[in-house]
Design a protein around this ligand. Structure first.
Ligand code: GUN
Ligand code: ZN
Length: 448
């Protein structure tokens, strides 16, 4: 009998993931096979291993046992991160958004004209996020095309699944040297997309990236909407992060009914759109999101660090709008998605402090948002997000009992409790291996 596909690896042990039905499904003593294309070929109870080895033609002696307490979980999906802001992560959090952009962010981003500087920072952000378990990242770079292509090249080299955006902005920028015209921005976006697609990186795709409505003329927004539509591309931007920004958009686009309507009018709200923050959306704007299939990236560290607002995740989910989590480095001060999970829980608890009737999010729900929810928000859930057969094997091997690790495990604790401890207390020391599309990308192959 011919095997259906060649099996590259088989693991045996505990697998934890989210499904359509369960925020956390724990599969103990399970075997999972990955084929040579990096896809999950089978996932079954370990009793089935002999039968599976016959069907698929692997040797039982090649099955890798995870060992006590270790488990696999799906890779974390960062739906919003500024690779170009990584250099100043953890600093400059003392101004509100619009001043923060002009004072810290735009001057730093202007440095990415320099390819050596870009290479250094982009290598470090890809390594840092991979070590922290980010298997998929949706990146903002800067306005510079060649530097942004370099980010794509580095993500590909290290094997990270990535959406990479050349930032577009042509108005309202106090930093004179960090500007483009609508014409240049459009042309460079086209050049970026063509060049990135030509390289045929298997896991890296371009994303059309208007910075946000206040930074873009109506002309530029409509050109970008057109480009996304003609090439069926992802779109990312920011929306309703602060109240001041919402008022500014009302002034700048008096003919639009709402902030969301500005993007809608320019063909920028689609089922491949992800908008960061969305703290201050109205019900009718959330309805527009649901109707178009556009998603929200919840960036709680940034929302709190820049005192922007608190997104009510429950309300978004009630509207049936897709939602993932984002670090929003460097408005958010942590590049780790584990931090985004914790800040999501904190924000939900703060809403409960304000209103004791509020139904606080559970850690299980937030685990789902950080994995399957993120892949759905990026419209990549046909490829990644959980351990469904046919999806790519994007996974973290978690060792809760790593020597000198950040927390302790006691004999009576089950996998669910250990998962909760890892989500609340764990860090990159516990993430002993990372796989993306079946390839082991952590530990790194070469000396860094
Ligand atoms: N809105 C427009 N640009 C940015 C940015 O770089 N960071 C954040 N947090 N919000 C923005
Ligand atoms: Zn952002």
């Amino acid at each position: 009998q011919e095997p259906l596909a060649e099996i590259a690896r088989v693991f045996r042990g505990t697998f934890v993931h989210s499904t359509q039905y369960a925020a956390v499904e724990i599969l103990e003593d399970t075997v999972l096979g990955v084929d040579i294309e990096g896809k999950i070929a089978f996932i079954a109870r370990a009793e089935e291993v002999a039968r599976l080895s016959e069907i698929w033609g692997f040797k039982i002696s090649d099955v890798k046992h995870l060992g006590k307490h270790r488990f696999f979980m799906p890779g974390l999906v960062d739906t919003h991160i500024h690779a170009s802001q990584y250099s100043y992560t953890g600093t400059a959090l003392d101004l509100p958004l619009l001043q923060w952009l002009n004072t810290y962010t735009f001057p730093v981003e202007a440095n990415y004209k320099d390819l050596d500087f870009s290479q250094d920072v982009y290598t470090k952000v890809v390594i840092r996020t991979l070590k922290n378990g980010t298997t998929t990242a949706c990146y903002f770079a800067t306005i510079y095309t060649d530097s942004t292509l370099l980010l794509g090249e580095i993500a590909d080299k290290f094997g990270q699944r990535a959406l990479v955006g050349k930032v577009c902005m042509d108005v309202n920028n106090a930093v004179q040297c960090y500007k483009e015209t609508a014409g240049d921005s459009t042309e460079e976006t086209n050049r970026f997309i063509r060049a990135l697609l030509k390289r045929k990186y298997p896991l890296v795709r371009p994303v059309v990236t208007p910075r946000f409505a206040p930074s873009c003329s109506a002309t530029l927004l409509s050109h970008l909407g057109e480009i996304a539509k003609n090439n069926d591309l992802h779109i990312q931007s920011h929306i309703s992060e602060t109240k001041e920004e919402v008022s500014l958009v009302q002034e700048l686009f008096p003919d639009s009914e709402s902030y969301a309507d500005v993007y809608l009018k320019h063909n920028l709200l689609t089922d491949k759109t992800v908008m960061a923050h969305a703290c201050h959306l109205t019900d009718s704007e959330l309805t527009l999101f649901r109707e178009t299939g556009a998603a929200i990236s919840h960036c709680p560290n940034s929302n709190i660090s820049l005192c922007s607002g608190m997104l009510d995740v429950r309300r978004v989910l009630r509207h049936n709008v897709k939602l993932g989590l984002g670090t929003d480095v460097a408005g958010g001060y942590s590049p780790s998605m584990l931090d985004a999970i914790r800040r999501t829980l904190d924000t939900s608890k703060a809403l409960t402090i304000q209103d004791p009737q509020y139904e606080t999010l559970t850690f299980e729900e937030v685990f789902r948002l950080a994995t399957l929810g993120g892949s759905q928000a990026l419209s990549l859930d046909d490829r990644t997000g959980n351990f469904q057969v046919g999806k790519d094997f994007d996974a973290l091997l978690v060792d809760p009992t790593v020597p000198d690790g950040p927390f302790d495990v006691f004999p009576k604790e089950d996998t669910k409790v250990i998962l909760e401890k890892f989500l609340n207390l764990g860090d990159d020391r516990n993430i002993v291996e990372v796989y993306i599309a079946g390839r082991r990308v952590v530990p790194f192959q070469e000396a860094m």
